[in-house]
Design a protein around this ligand. Structure first.
Ligand SMILES: *Cc1c(COP(=O)(O)O)cnc(C)c1O
Length: 539
């Protein structure tokens, strides 16, 4: 059994770490924290974060089944990678072994710390030669970085092989499991009990969907983790990251997202080989596919020109001709395939329409294929804005609306013209309506109940069975909702039936807009059909 402390640099072993004010105070109920020269005025951020990240570690401990003392939390995995070098490798003296091709940060951190590296080149099939790897070590070799599933190849190192390596290697083995949530092989966390020279890295940047948060994890024996904690910056994970991570560690969201990514990965794995110019699609246990093309640069440029960016790995050893393609949303993967097949790209469904009349100036910016991020709605009517905002949020489309209307007269023109222009924008975005579902209906239940049927069959018609009991909600007259939807029908040339009931007028209106939004999202969803959907053979 290797004693990891014998591998630690002597100066690090001897280091007495900075003791923070919050380290010295051991909890308890104090009325005034006058120990850390912080501002006493509450901003939500005026206090230093917990340097030991106790709450987050407790949650991770439950989630992973690993004691808190075996968990290090860093500013991304990148911090943990850097700390591995700083803890174990004497600059200019010690060395590390890296697999190639693999993640670029192992080499960058080695170079930054003046640590020599040796490369073990993977075989043609991206498998790892254990004997050749172990033969590379010398008495100054302190670290081995393994990545499984590996970036950019997507391959995993089987457990049995991993154990052979752990037994044969004289230094610390750092196993990077950034993509482990996508892999059928699963995590090697269970091996920590058996091997004292194992450090496992995980991250919240990939499957957890929190790359912007910068939270990376390292798992190892207590004695190793306590050295990480000693060397790290005292407050390396800020308060917002700790809080957000704590709130976001919900297994169910992770599982739902991973499930979709995996099914989309297999869809792409099936479909890509028949795309022109594709030479080979490698198997992957991660959320990306490595794909070899006859003309990778040409494909790369073509994708860029259509607004899709992938990672060019064609100059990486063993990856000649390869692009690395991250699995996206179903709509994104669909347009990727269309472009690669040279099909008429799904025409862009992004429309910006402006219309000026004597009474109003309305601009609608609608993208049926973008998620509802940064949507802005401003009509001058607060409650109407709030209702319109339901359309992007519940329809899953991006929508901006700005209206300058004659509100000094009344709300009529503003609401009518918003309906007309929004309707026209929807019609224009749908174009020939090829490959959409056409129909949608929805019935969400809050305190109110609304059913909206929607059909883009080409006839403008509104059926409205709704009874408001108040004239106004906030600044918006309720009678105008019918008129708004009527205008929308005529602008979009669609058929809408609205049936809604409820006591509270605010909730009633809101349930109608939500139901409409859901119906819209369903009706405009792309299908794989190449003809316009019709119930009678013609549209
Ligand atoms: C993306 C990735 C990471 C994540 O790094 P963070 O700093 O945690 O965002 C780590 N390792 C590999 C191999 C990766 O591809």
């Amino acid at each position: 059994m290797i004693d990891p402390l014998k591998l630690v640099r002597p100066n690090i072993l001897a280091l007495s770490p900075y003791s923070t004010a919050r380290d010295e105070y051991k909890g308890g109920n104090f009325n005034a924290l006058l120990d850390a020269n912080e501002s006493p005025y509450e901003t939500g951020l005026n206090r230093y974060p917990d340097p030991r990240q106790a709450a987050l570690k407790k949650r991770l401990s439950e989630l992973k089944g690993i004691p808190s003392g075996r968990i290090f939390i860093g500013n991304g995995s990148d911090e943990a990678i850097d700390l591995c070098y700083r803890i174990f490798c004497r600059p200019g003296v010690d060395n590390a072994i890296l697999m190639a091709p693999s993640y670029g940060m192992y080499k960058v951190c080695a170079d930054t710390n003046d640590i020599a590296t040796k490369q073990i080149m993977l075989r043609e099939d991206f498998s790892l030669d254990t004997q050749a790897l172990l033969a590379l070590q010398d008495d100054k070799t302190k670290l081995l970085f393994l990545c499984s599933p590996n970036n950019p190849t997507g391959t995993v190192i089987p457990f049995l092989q991993l154990e052979d390596i752990l037994e044969g290697f004289g230094g610390m083995v750092v196993l990077d499991e950034a993509y482990v949530d996508f892999s059928a092989e699963g995590s090697a966390l269970g091996l920590l009990d058996k091997y004292s020279n194992l450090i496992i890295l995980q991250t919240m940047s990939k499957a957890w969907g929190m790359a912007g948060l910068r939270v990376g994890l390292a798992f190892s024996r207590e004695e190793v983790i306590s050295i990480f904690d000693k060397v790290k910056y005292p407050y390396n994970v800020n308060i917002l990251s700790q809080r957000t991570a704590l709130g976001a560690l919900d297994r169910r969201t992770l599982d739902a997202h991973v499930e979709e990514v995996l099914s989309q990965r297999e869809m792409l794995r099936r479909e890509l080989p028949s795309c022109p110019g594709v030479v080979k699609v490698y198997d992957s246990e991660a959320n990306f596919l490595l794909v070899q093309f006859r003309d990778p640069k040409g494909v790369y440029d073509k994708l860029i020109s259509k607004g899709i960016i992938v990672r060019d790995r064609s100059s990486v050893p063993l990856c000649g001709g390869c692009l690395r393609i991250t699995v996206g949303t179903p709509a994104q993967n669909d347009s990727l395939l269309r472009i690669l097949r040279g099909e008429e790209p799904a025409h862009s469904r992004h429309v910006t329409l402006s219309r000026r009349t004597a009474e109003t100036f309305v601009t609608v910016d609608l993208d049926l294929d973008s998620p509802p991020v940064d949507c802005k709605i401003s009509t001058g009517l607060g409650f109407f804005d709030h209702m319109l905002m339901q359309i992007p949020h519940h329809g899953g489309v991006r929508l901006n609306i700005s209206v300058q209307g004659d509100l000094q007269v009344d709300e009529h023109h503003t609401m009518e013209d918003t309906g007309i222009v929004l309707g026209k924008a929807i019609a224009e975005a749908l174009g020939d309506k090829v490959g959409i579902s056409r129909y949608g209906f929805s019935l969400p239940m809050d305190e109110s109940e609304a059913m909206v049927l929607l059909d883009f069959g080409g006839r403008a018609d509104l059926e409205w069975d709704v009874h408001f009991t108040r004239d106004m909600v906030g600044d918006t007259p309720t009678e105008m909702f019918k008129h708004f939807f009527y205008s929308l029908c005529s602008g979009a040339n669609c058929n809408i039936h609205v049936n809604a009931d409820g006591e509270n007028n605010h909730h009633l209106a809101e349930s109608i807009f939500k139901a409409f939004a859901r119906a819209l999202g369903m009706a405009v969803a792309r299908t794989s059909s190449t003809s316009a959907p019709s119930s009678k053979g013609v549209l």
